[in-house]
Design a protein around this ligand. Structure first.
Ligand code: ZN
Length: 89
């Protein structure tokens, strides 16, 4: 039997953002990528807390990516957190 106490955390850490590009460290796509969104909503995460967390990331991203349209960044970071649809990885 293999002991992997941080397996789940390690998976979440793989798909994390890197600044200032806000691309995923693991897959290189715009963060939050699909695996990151799935991880963030795993176990029925509280959507309000998730939205607040993502709002903080949006605030930092708007500083790092000042030329990106604010509406696009809002949808990318916060808009998806207010859906009732399950997130596909
Ligand atoms: Zn990723």
């Amino acid at each position: 039997m293999t002991f992997t106490p941080w397996k789940r955390g390690a998976t979440a850490l793989e798909h994390t953002w890197q600044r200032p590009s806000w691309h995923c460290r693991a897959c290189g796509r715009a963060w939050p990528c699909a695996p990151a969104r799935a991880s963030l909503t795993d176990d029925g995460a509280d959507r309000v807390s998730l939205a607040m967390y993502m709002w903080g990331n949006l605030d930092r991203a708007m500083t790092d990516l000042p030329r990106r349209p604010p509406a696009e960044l809002f949808h990318r970071f916060v808009g998806w957190t207010h859906t009732d649809q399950p997130v596909q990885a």
